[in-house]
Each structure stands twice: as C-alpha cells, then as structure tokens.
Design a protein around this ligand. Sequence first.
Ligand SMILES: Nc1ncnc2c1ncn2[C@@H]1O[C@H](COP(=O)(O)OP(=O)(O)OP(=O)(O)O)[C@@H](O)[C@H]1O
Length: 990
Amino acid sequence: MTSPSSPSSTVVFASARPSSATGKWFRQLGVVCRLNCILMVRYWKATVLQAILIPLLAIGIVYGIGKATTAGSGEVQAGSSDVTTWKMDGIRQCKPEPLSNACMTLVYAPQTPETTQIMNYFQTKNQARTNDALLIENDVWADMSNVPKNNMGIVPMPSDQFIYDYALAHPDTIRFGVVFIKEAPTAGPVHWNYQVYYNITHATNTSTLAGFKYTKEAGYDRESNFDDPYGTNLPNIIRAVDESLLTFLDPQHQEADLDFSVKSFPTAETKNNFTSGEDFISMLSNLMSLPACITMVMTMLRVAREKESKCKESMQMMGLSTTTYWSAQWLTSWIMALVQASVIVALGHAFGMAIFTNSNWFVMWCTFALLTYGMTFLGFFLTTFCQKSGSALAFGFAVVVAVLIILPIQSGTRLDVSMWIDTYATYGEQPDGTIIYPPKVYTWALAFIFAPLHFARMWTQISTFALGSTDYRTGEYTPGVGFNFSTLTNFDHGDPVLQDILPQPVSALTYYGVNILLFALLTLYFDQVIPNEHGHRQGLFFFIGSIGDAFRFIRHGGSAGVASQKSAEAQKLIPYEGVPPENEDSDVIAERECAVNCQSQVAIRVSNLTKTYTKNGPGFLKNMYLAMCCFCCRQRRRANKIVTKAVDRLNLITEPNELFVLLGQNGAGKSTTMQMLYGVTGPTSGNAYLFSRSIRTDMQAIRATMGVCPQHDVLFDDLTCWEHMQLYAGIKDLPVEALLASWNEKESVKENARERPTWIRSRLEAVQLWKDRSTMAGRLSGGMKRRLSTIISTIGDPDVLILDEPTTGMDPVHRRHVWTFLAQFKRGRSILLTTHSMEEADALGDKVAIMVAGHLKAIGNTTRLKNKFGNGYRIEIALGNFIPTTQNLSSTAIQPHQQQQQHGEIPSRMQLEQELTDATRAIIPESIILDQSGGVMVFGIPMQGIERMADLTAMLENNQAQGRIKHWGIAQTSLEEVFLSLVRSAEDSH
Ligand SMILES: Nc1ncnc2c1ncn2[C@@H]1O[C@H](COP(=O)(O)OP(=O)(O)OP(=O)(O)O)[C@@H](O)[C@H]1O
C-alpha cells in the first residue's frame, strides 16, 4: 500500500477522442446498450420471469382453460323467450348437413285427434307463409334406432320422453319439437300447455356467424341464418303453435288457458379434442397479452429506478444525451420482445395448440413481438411522469388491470372494429335502415394509443382462421383453414359490406408501428418537459430552439462560426441588480466587478447567478396535472409559489489550474450553485459560463467537457468498480485503445503478470480501489463509494471538475490519497469543490469562498482570509502544577485559601489562569482569551501585537521552567476560526 503522504502513482491521462458528433452518438449508444444487457444478465431472475416463466404461465392457463371447457355436455334449459318485435315468418323444411343423415323439421307428441288437428292448422298457415309444404306424417315414429331416409316435415312421436331420448341418440336429426299437455279441470276453462324444443347441436353446426368455423372454405353452405335458434326461428314457431291452438279453440268458442315453455334438446358430449375450448381461446387475448404487460411493468420499474437513484441523471451529467439514453432503452427492450415472442410461439407449438400450429409462425411471432414492444413503449412514456419506482409500479399494474378488463370487452363489442366502421361509413341512416353514429372519441383514443387492442383484433382474426372444430356427433376433428402469411392482406370478413369497411389483419401490425412511434416521440418530449425533483425542465416549446440552432448554424457558417458567436455572447455584461448586502467585503465587491465586467478568458465565470426554489415537487399526479394545464397560465402561477431563495446574485470567477473551494453552512446554497453549473437545476436569473459556454444554452457541450461528483453517490449497485469506469469511459468517448489497453491489463493482472499501468488502473490505484475493482458498488462501504464517485468524475480528463463534498465519510488515510490525486490532477483544468472540512479547504484550495445564506461573504486565498478575518495568532498553553479548583472537588471541599495553606506554594488552577492572563495582557494588552477549559488556555494575539511576541515567548519559557506551564505552542488562526467568525457575525447582523 502506498504511503498516504506520497502520491499513489502518477496520473495517467486519457482524454476523449476528437470525433464527429454522429460517431460519438453511436458509440455512446453501444455503451448504454451494453450496460442494459449487463443489467439484464445480473437481474437474471427478472429476465427469466419475463422471457420464459410468464409466457409459460399464460400459455399454460390458456391451454388449461381450453382443455377444461371441452368437458361440457348435457341439456341446456332455456328461459322464457325474450320476445321483442319481429316479423313473423314460417318454418322451412330442414336441410341435411354434410355430416348428418336426413332430418325431421318438427316432431310433436302425443298424437291425438286434437293435436293432429292443431298441427294441421300449423301446417296450413305455415304453407301460406313459406309456399313450402311441411308434410304431416300419419304414422307415429316409434323406432328409436331408425333414422329418416329423406328430409321430413311434421312427424308425430309417442311421448315427451321418446322425443328427448331420440334427440339424445341422434343429436343432429330433429330441428324442433312440440309436446302438448291438456288439462281439463272439472270447473273452469281448459288449460293448454305446450313445450317447444330447439336443437342447439344443429344450430351450432350450422351457425352463420361471420367467420365461424363452418365456412364456405370448409365446404359448408351458410347462406342465411336459417337454423339459428337464437334468431327468429324460435319465436316464429312459438307464435305459430299459439296461432294454431287459438284457431283450434276459437270455432268452438271455448275458453282456454295457454301456456308454453322452451327447452333445448340434449347436446351431444364432445368426443375428442378441445374444439369448444378453442372457441373460447379466441376470447383469451387478455391472458395472452399478460407476458407483454409484465415486461412493460418490469421495464417501467427498471427505468424509474434509474431515475430515482439518479443514475440516469449521472450519465447525462457526464455527457449522455436524452436521445441516446432513450434509443439505448428502445434497442435493448427489442431484445426482450424478440426473445419473449419466440418463447411464446415455441411453447404454443410444444403444447400443440391449434391456434399456433395452424398459423404462420412468422405472423404469430410478429404479433407477439410487436405487442411486447408496443407495451414497453407505453411503459417508457408513463415513466416520464413518475419520479419514484413505487408510482411506476402502481401505474404499470393499473395498465395491466385495464388490459385484463378491456380486452374481453373489446372482443365482445369489437371496439376497434366499430372504430373502423365509424371512420369509413357515412353517418346517419343507411339504405337498409340501419343508423350509423359518428365516431366516439374514446374509441378513437383507445384504438390509437393502446397496442393491446390491435393485438386483440389480430388474435381474434387468427383464431377465426386457425382453430379447427369437432363434430359433436362423430367426434371427428376438422382443422381450421389456417392463418397464412397471405391472410394478412386477404382476410374474409364473411360479409361483402364488412369486407369493404373492416381493415385487413395487416393493419393491426401497422398500428402497432404507429403506437410505437407515437410513444417514442411523446417519451422524448415529456422526459424533458416534466420537471425533475428540483423543478427543472425544458420549456414547452424547447424544440423550436433546435430549429433556431439550425438557422444559426447556417447564418454563422458552420459549428466554428456558431462557437465564436456564442463565445462573443458569453462576454456580454450582465448588470448587478438590486441593493448589495450591507457591509459587503471589498474582495467580494472586487470579485463581482471582475465577474460582471472582466473581458479576459477565465475557466468559470458565475455572473449574478440566482436560484429561487418553488413549490413544484416531484410526483406523478402533480406532473400529470402540470402537463395537462401547462397552457393555462393562471394554474401555472398558482403552482409556482415561491419558497426559498437558495442562491442570491452570486458572482465569482475561477482560473485554469485553480482549485476553487466553496465553504458554507448546511443550506448556504453550495450544492444548488453546483447543480446549476452541471445543469441539474436551472438558474432563476443570471448566468454562468464554463470556458465561455453558457449554462443556459450550451449545457450539452459543457457536459461533454465536464466531470461531476454529486453530493450523493450515484452508482449502479449491480456494476463493479471496473464496469463503472468502463461505462463512463464509453460515455466520455475515450479512444478504444485506452479501453483495450485497460482490458488487456485486467486480464494480465489476473495472471499476476507485470504490465504497464494504464489510466483506469492508475485512477483506481490513486484512490486505493484497485483491489476492489471486481466488487459490486452495492457492496462497497460508504467511503469506498465516495472514492469511486470521485474518481469516476475525473474520467475523460474534463476541463472543469465539479466535486460536491467528495471526501465526506472517508477516513483520514484515504482522504489524503484523494487530496494527493486532486492536487496532481488539477493541472490544466479548473476544479470547483465544496466541503465541510476546513482542513481540506486549507490543504487543497487555491481560492476559497465562504457562502452565507446564498450570498458570498468572503473570497480569497487561505492566507488572505486568515489575515483578514482571523485573530492573527493563537497561543495554546497547557497548565502545569496547580491544585484542582473547587468545581472539581466534592461539596465538602475546602476553600481556596485553605488549599493554598495545605499545599504550600502551589496555586489553584483559577489562580494560575488569572496569573497567566495578567502576565500575557501586561505584555500584549490586545490579547484575548479564546478558550479556557480542561487545564488548557488559548489566547488570540491580534496582528498589531506581533512585535511584542518575543517578550511573550520569553515569559512562557520562564513559566515552563518553573513547572507552572506543562507545554505551549503558537499557530496562525485556522480557517475554521475564520469561517466561524464570519458565520457568527453574519448571524449577529441578522
Ligand atoms: N429541490 C429543492 N426544493 C426546494 N428547496 C431546496 C431544494 N434543494 C435545496 N433547497 C433549499 O435551498 C437551500 C440551499 O440548499 P443547498 O442544498 O444548496 O445547501 P448546501 O449549502 O449545499 O447545504 P449542505 O452543506 O447541507 O449540502 C436550502 O434552504 C434548501 O432547503
């Protein structure tokens, strides 16, 4: 280990390469992408959860639901008919379905003269309506095993039970059934009750819903809603039986009570596969979007944590632009989207789910990858409003809940489909009598900003084409026609009108793209416009400034012209406004004159810099509120209530090669001044120029040549010291050779080989962190973190180095290592440092400024400050032989005169102190007692008493010889005393 008093090693310098802005942008992008990949690997549990476990869970649930819903069988008891108004129509002869034998249109029981008469009426009236006779069979069909050879009209059967059993044995043979029950009470009217059966199996197999599995492509004829029991057929048959009964009863003028009930024939048990379950799968788009939702939440959490821990801010302070940061996020989240989509498609195939096996894999892969990507972009956008990871988590889960609820609703209401109809159709009454309403704003908004809606549509369309079906009677499975690549642009909506209006599936993919682009732009905008925790933000129309820059670029003939123009602007005078504080020090006035008026080139020129903090704090809701009412001046003014003036018209300058120390009490405004200089918070008024670049307009350029060690450590807990150095070296765009040399060296050090020290090693060794280079920052001690933060700020050999209390928490040994390094490193640059250690300020400061309540109180080098504000010299005297004073004795202590008698000539402490004070004042009357405690006296000797110092030392020597003084020492007033006296006098004047 190197001795603290000597430099650890000579500083090896490595500056950023001179390169084009574009080249630097891409290299920085690569560095941040690499960082994100490292973190993805470090947080491998979260990565595996997103990439494998959640997709597995989602597919497992969907598969399980599919399996579970295949077990349904038995009869369905229908409720009473929900009759509204309909145009009564007749019942037509049933048609055989491709997989069935001939069928019976209507069966009835029992066969009595009365029921036969009623059915005759039914037949006659029905024929009048349809021009199609339903033949009434004379013979009762009583053979359970027999099936009809030809299509039959109205067939009598023996009993209700026979009808039920026959329908169970031949599920797709009978369309409707009527069972009559006549009750003739001894008194009162005859009661006619009848029950209508309908056939759900038949209806299912001949459904005409658009896109249903029995399609033309599959060889089915679905020309009308002929067999839909939920359509007009069921009410039609009930009305027709009612009518026949009334016709039967009316001629005899009998009174009668009519009543009916509706019941479905028993449905056949599903024999294999999970056809009905697969139908259900088409409704489960919300579950299938779960992996994308979880990835969105995790990404929000990661980005919000980077923001909360200020790691993002730290990278930006070191020169990373907002666009580079977000571009790196976008690029790396694409990796997760790709992996997740691949896992989902692979699992779908592994589980043998028809929706996957029967679809083009690339279409499925794109559908899932773009969903995850779109959701992640939504997450990025939302994090711009969150200052804390907790709020990001809460809002992420709110979106997940919204997805779980909205998607099934969307599947039911075809939300996005209605948007398309709204968009394309002419509003008002259509030729067919339907009324089309204008588009609803929420439909539009949701469809355009919410990627899951497009996924839900895509999923429904894919399931329509990909899912197969199983015949209820035979158990035979018929695969779906499949969703091919060409189906993306060639989807059959099953209705010529809808075919013209509704979008093709490929449009969902396009809209994913629109969503992603929209959120990328919104993220870039709001990330700069939403205030940070210091209330700092860009103006709402900041992008107009970039257009202005472009004009300037053309007008002043390229970047060199713009730079010289800006440099000229930097020299413009900013007049001091208002009344200066009372009793202002002459050096402070001179510094202000220089900062405001001087024309010479300096390193840092702070000119009338002022910062007033307002009430605007962080918080999602407040940020949302500010974003929404940003155009409303009245609301903004209310939000901007003044709270604290942290820095008040500060003026100072620093020269190159100078280490400038800023001292001040807690809350004096040191950190705020620093934060304004490195752009974390903006000045309320005034300006500062770092090598002629304004902090108001050129912060990006300033940051490229600036190093910052903020007051609180900003480190990635899961990166090692070495990785931190590499990350920031990349952000500072150090030449590849510098990094490669360091890498090689890292390897060779492992092998204990002798190697040439490179800059990374020299820096880590300078602060004694070389041995801990592979330790994660989260496991470093407080002092070690501080050393790492300090050394990171020196990466790229910045022109200006800003260190906010860099040695806080360091032990004296390591603090001296840091001092040694800084003393060497300051050559060729300007260092601005704040500290609470007067020793540090004394040891390092070429120029020291003391701030009190936002104002500059004193400025100059340490000798000047001590001479000007100190008490000249201080003499410290440790008393020799004395008797303890009464305070040190018990209450029964004897009086001083008694003590003196008991101890002969030995005086008490009080006497000795008094004698020494008298002797000192006799030589130097201006001397004052600074401290008098614990057997030690401290005298302050002003500068005017300095010529009598020789007499004083002779007196002290004499007393020491007599044993009255143990030892004594003389020293110049410390900086700490200067500081204390200045602060006290400022407090007294208030
Ligand atoms: N984000 C903020 N919002 C509101 N007020 C703030 C904010 N940051 C600082 N202040 C106020 O500004 C004043 C100066 O604070 P600053 O942090 O600059 O002091 P400091 O000199 O760095 O103190 P310390 O030595 O404790 O770091 C204080 O009164 C503080 O309360």
